[in-house]
Design a protein around this ligand. Structure first.
Ligand code: NDP
Length: 246
């Protein structure tokens, strides 16, 4: 018996990386899990098969967080299929790094549309469906705590907005028994940030443990925050960063 039996979770950007690991972890805890993706249809379907192999219902939805209409409708689509929604994991995000002068207005729009407006609109779509015990877990970044070098202006700005959103959601939803928290991963081995990439060694060196994290190591923190034992934890930030901010 999992700790999340009968619950329904939505993980945005669940086709790869941290989102895929989180979707599978929540299914292992007993939840039915819907994921969104934009272009990784086959990868998303693989994750759904993994959820189903754990004996849970899975659902892959193509929903671009950068599209206001799609982002605003995603929770309704989950509820239409699964009948309820208990947990939202705001994971979908993109990183555009580079010197300030190289970042165009189009880059700014794209990053803010996915990382900020998308998170706001998906959260807004989910909240009416969440009941007592509802959970919102948002994936921030270690770059909101410590920017280790140049090139992070746009990405750090976008992720920092989610800290304010999380605190405000905690205040707005606390009396309904709904919590909102944010998890800040350090360097985690994914397509976005491969552990064998050219920028990996300095990132490992910035951590206390001297290595990249695995997506599962972030998923386990999300699973705790999404679960029944975390009802008194809200409005808080959690670093899963190997000591990057230490
Ligand atoms: P990946 O690039 O490996 O995976 C991103 C996922 O998000 C994919 O499933 C992708 O779908 C989906 N996605 C991207 N854009 C959109 C969009 N517009 N709408 C819906 N889904 C979208 O990223 P990670 O797993 O590394 O990162 C996950 C989160 O963790 C992000 O918010 C990232 O900023 C954050 N993070 C990551 C760190 C790292 O070192 N990896 C460190 C700190 C934070 P598709 O397959 O369709 O492209």
């Amino acid at each position: 018996q999992g700790t999340m039996n009968g619950k329904v979770a939505l993980v945005t950007g669940g086709s790869r990386g941290i989102g895929a690991a989180t979707a599978l972890r929540l299914a292992r805890e007993g939840a039915d899990v819907a994921i969104t993706y934009v272009s990784g249809k086959e990868a998303a379907e693989d994750v759904v098969r993994g959820v189903e192999a754990l004996g849970r219902r899975g659902l892959a939805l193509r929903a671009d967080s950068a599209d206001a209409v799609e982002a605003g409708a995603v929770a309704d689509r989950v509820v239409a299929e699964f009948g309820r929604l208990d947990v939202l994991v705001n994971n979908a995000g993109i990183g555009v790094l580079g010197p300030l002068e190289s970042l165009s207005p189009a880059d700014v729009d794209r990053v803010l549309d996915v990382n900020v407006r998308g998170v706001f609109l998906v959260s807004r779509s989910a909240v009416p469906h969440l009941g007592d015990g509802g959970r919102i877990v948002t994936i921030g970044s270690c770059m909101t705590q410590r920017v280790p070098g140049p090139g992070g202006t746009l990405y750090a700005m976008s992720k920092s907005a989610l800290i304010g959103l999380t605190r405000a959601l905690a205040r707005e939803l606390g009396d309904r028994g709904i919590t909102a928290n944010i998890v800040h991963p350090g360097p985690v081995d994914t397509d976005m940030n491969p552990a064998d990439g050219p920028y990996a060694p300095p990132q490992s060196a910035m951590t206390a443990v001297g290595r990249f994290g695995a997506a599962d190591e972030v998923a386990s923190m999300v699973a705790y925050l999404a679960g029944g034992e975390a009802g008194y934890v809200t409005g808080a930030e959690f670093a899963v960063d190997g000591g990057h901010a230490a």
